[in-house]
Design a protein around this ligand. Structure first.
Ligand SMILES: *[C@@H]1O[C@H](CO)[C@@H](O)[C@H](O)[C@H]1NC(C)=O
Ligand SMILES: *[C@@H]1O[C@H](CO)[C@@H](O)[C@H](O)[C@H]1NC(C)=O
Ligand SMILES: *[C@@H]1O[C@H](CO)[C@@H](O)[C@H](O)[C@H]1NC(C)=O
Length: 188
């Protein structure tokens, strides 16, 4: 009995292993259409203003790691967490389009050069609930800074592209800044 039983069991195991591997292997009938993906990508241009508010009672950008004292000229070694409003116009009271949620960190010892790691989470119109993920380099005294869009969610699944940031205004005494963003992104 045992001699018969063991091979049967082995056969059952190898059959279920076959099933599992068939499920794990790429699904031959999966098509882009099944994921709601159209044949052609489209290119979108998004334009908004980013408000980095470091002063006052309700800052939207806060140091979570202050600069180590002697590196503070370039803010090297510091980390700032943000929940910065993104608005339609340069005025903070203009229509809210989304928020820049993430952090920037001092990554240069020779100039103010930030590593930017953030999601632009949109709250308006068809992009409400969708977001773009940015990972790039921001040397804030350069006229135009370019940062890659490395992905996104919602309508921005499979997104790739780049963002260009241009300082619109800086309040020297408070440190608050308004930055104009133009984002060019391929998505479906
Ligand atoms: C900071 O710089 C000052 C002046 O250059 C120096 O005397 C001090 O040792 C430095 N401190 C650290 C922690 O490096
Ligand atoms: C965006 O989506 C949220 C959640 O679905 C909803 O509560 C909100 O009213 C929407 N905003 C706009 C401007 O459509
Ligand atoms: C700049 O910041 C200072 C200090 O917070 C504030 O008093 C002043 O009104 C600001 N200037 C502008 C143009 O917003």
């Amino acid at each position: 009995m045992a001699l018969i039983f063991i091979p049967r069991r082995a056969a059952a195991i190898s059959f279920s292993l076959f099933l599992i591997s068939a499920l794990v292997a790429s699904d031959p009938v999966l098509s882009p259409e099944k994921l709601g993906i159209r044949r052609r990508e489209k290119l979108s241009h998004l334009h908004f203003y980013f408000h980095d508010i470091v002063s006052g009672r309700n800052p939207t950008a806060v140091f979570v790691v202050p600069p180590p004292s002697n590196a503070s000229r370039t803010l090297f070694g510091s980390v700032v967490m943000t929940d910065d409003p993104l608005t339609e116009r340069p005025e903070i009271g203009s229509k809210l389009l989304g928020r820049a949620q993430g952090f920037y960190a001092g990554a240069s010892q020779t100039e103010i050069g930030f590593l930017m790691v953030m999601n632009f989470a949109f709250v308006e119109g068809k992009y409400n609930g969708s977001y773009l993920s940015i990972l790039g380099r921001n040397t804030v005294f350069s006229a135009v800074r370019e940062m890659p869009v490395v992905g996104g969610g919602g309508l921005f699944r499979f997104a790739r592209g780049y963002a260009q940031a241009k300082t619109h205004a800086v309040n020297i005494s408070s440190g608050d800044a308004v930055v104009e963003y133009n984002v060019y992104v391929f998505h479906y």
